[in-house]
Design a protein around this ligand. Structure first.
Ligand SMILES: [Mn+2]
Length: 276
């Protein structure tokens, strides 16, 4: 079973419908990298694609952007590869509704729930939990998932987990109410796949029997801020079954342009002219 995992696509970011200021816009780059991930899934005949939330850049998205994204996802699903989605914090835990999401190959985890996917390599149970921002709620949802017979089990989430790092100063999430402690995770999940953390990384939790459970963050598909400047942007491919493997695939993401000095000097002259 081969699962393509992408997250934090933030579609619609820097893509104004009627721009008031003419400048270089980065919005199309996010769509281009989404295209690259879907192409990879199609050409390698992946068994399943999972999206870890923050599909869009915010909760109220222009309908033209919603339609563009959902039409693309429906066209992908038409190719026969199932697609599972959860909402992130940027969607305030709910994806904008649309008839396009009713495609039989698209599964939205609208609430915390478990979906069984019958794939060529076996059955895969995915427990999807939309963004909670609350470690107790996430753990309740993950633990409360009814036991399902399957060849493999995945937890799909959009949260911060203990030990995850972000930003140039390597800020580390620890002991916060919105941060999930690894040792409390149910042990039966073969892997946890999570969005939310924009830096790609893997955390490892050691189970009671000594085996290791990966918590995989594939990261965002493009830079959303300077905090992501030095990082590779990726999606992940997870192989389950006899040969387990995890691989990150890098996406093109040129460094963000440095802030223009012109703005700085304009600011300085404004200060000096306002001085009596
Ligand atoms: Mn995000």
């Amino acid at each position: 079973m081969r699962v393509v995992f992408l997250s934090d696509t933030h579609l619609g970011f820097d893509l104004p419908i009627r721009p008031r200021v003419q400048r270089h816009r980065r919005g199309e780059r996010f769509f281009e990298n989404l295209e690259r991930v879907l192409d990879h899934a199609t050409t390698t005949r992946a068994d399943l694609v999972l999206h870890g939330g923050d599909l869009f850049f915010r909760s109220r998205v222009p309908p033209v952007v919603v339609d563009r994204v959902y039409q693309r996802l429906a066209r992908f699903a038409e190719g026969g590869i199932p697609l599972g989605l959860i909402a992130g914090n940027h969607e305030r835990s709910v994806l904008p509704p649309s008839l396009l999401l009713r495609h039989p190959n698209i599964h939205v985890f609208a609430q915390a729930s478990t979906q069984l996917f019958a794939l060529a390599g076996g059955t895969l149970a995915v427990t999807g939990v939309p963004f909670t921002g609350d470690r107790a709620r996430l753990l309740d949802a993950a633990r409360g998932a009814p036991p399902v017979e399957a060849h493999a089990h995945l937890l799909l989430a959009h949260e911060a987990f203990e030990g995850a790092t972000v930003g140039p100063g390597n800020f580390t999430f620890r002991q916060r109410l919105d941060t999930v402690p690894l040792e409390a995770l149910p042990e039966h999940f073969d892997a946890v796949l999570s969005g939310h953390i924009h830096r790609r990384q893997v955390l490892w939790r050691t189970r009671g029997d000594g085996s290791r459970q990966p918590i995989v963050f594939c990261g965002s598909i493009e830079r959303t801020s300077y905090a992501e400047q030095g990082e590779p942007k990726c999606f992940a491919v997870i192989e389950l079954g006899a040969n387990r493997r995890l691989r990150f695939h890098e996406l093109p993401a040129p460094p963000l342009p440095e802030p223009r000095p012109a703005r700085y000097s304009a600011m300085r002259s404004r200060i000096s002219t306002s001085t009596p």
